[in-house]
Design a protein around this ligand. Sequence first.
Ligand SMILES: Cc1ncc(COP(=O)(O)O)c(C=O)c1O
Length: 348
Amino acid sequence: MDRSGMRSTVRDLQMYYNPELHGEVRLDTNTNVLGSNPAAAEFLRNFRGDVNGYPNTYSDGLRDALAELYGLERGNFVVGSGSDEMLDVSFKTFTEWGDGSVSPVPSYTLYEYFMKLNGGRCVGVDLDGEFQLDTDAMLAPGAKVMIMPSPNNPTGNCFRRKDIEEILSRTDGMVIVDEAYGEYAEGTMVDRVEEFDNLIVLRTFSKAYAMAGLRVGYAVASKRTAEMMNCVKIPYSVNMVSEGAAIAAVKDQEFIRRSKAMVDGQRPYLDAGLRRLGFETFPSDSNFILARSPIDHAELVAGLKAKGILIRDFGAKRRTENCVRTTVGTRELNDLLLSKIEEVLSGC
Ligand SMILES: Cc1ncc(COP(=O)(O)O)c(C=O)c1O
């Protein structure tokens, strides 16, 4: 059977980023360069649970821990296998077949994937020259769902709070603010979910929490909205090991503070190093930097891979022409990256 046998809405989907690995240093996925979350790792070492039984249907233990962290209630949370599951659940819950959903350009590539997976279309709306939201243009299509990552991936910057609030108050549609990198930024929309009934905030344990391998993410919303989403999400989608590790991690906020402090200290250092080598860098509120390469983007990324470092190539995409994205490392990693870039540049 050829692709005509596939459902028409998913026929043009391609497999996601899956690089062949040969022990490279990974600065391409914006995980935490300090290594595995220590509290989660300790939980895993000591885990003696009975895996014969099912995990809790809706990860109530983790929802309680999150409720305590944010001063909300268990009913405000939906927990899933990565925030990617929460994206899927959001479109499943709030869009009809054929609906167009709005997301900024450039932003997270998997938004379009989840829209199509749910029979919808992606309506891309360009960010302005400073990679900020064009609120009128975002609202113009009258979409039932609008989604925006803040800090934005791949540009790194947060959107202005007043723009997000304006979008929330000018639409009846659902507004998803994806705070996958929220721990690195100042402020959050989590504390506004009871004020805006149409707000869903997504967060993850994959980035600052240093637990991407365990696949846990969550949505925060008004209790009414969260209940609708919990009815749609796959029961038991978070296994008991991942849930227990995430509960341990929530209780160790010191690690999150240490991770943010490291990024706050190293981001200006890496930024200055990249500029010294001829890159145009863009302001970041996150643990990664988008930078326009002084040589061909593909040549740079391939050259670094050959020298044992992976960074992510965005250079062939509109608005990020010739740009690459790299995770902010420790001082040692940043020095390594900058020296390897220098070698690639001098070989050109
Ligand atoms: C903006 C954004 N949202 C969501 C995700 C997905 O995170 P998770 O690992 O929780 O599925 C990512 C991962 O790169 C991301 O960059």
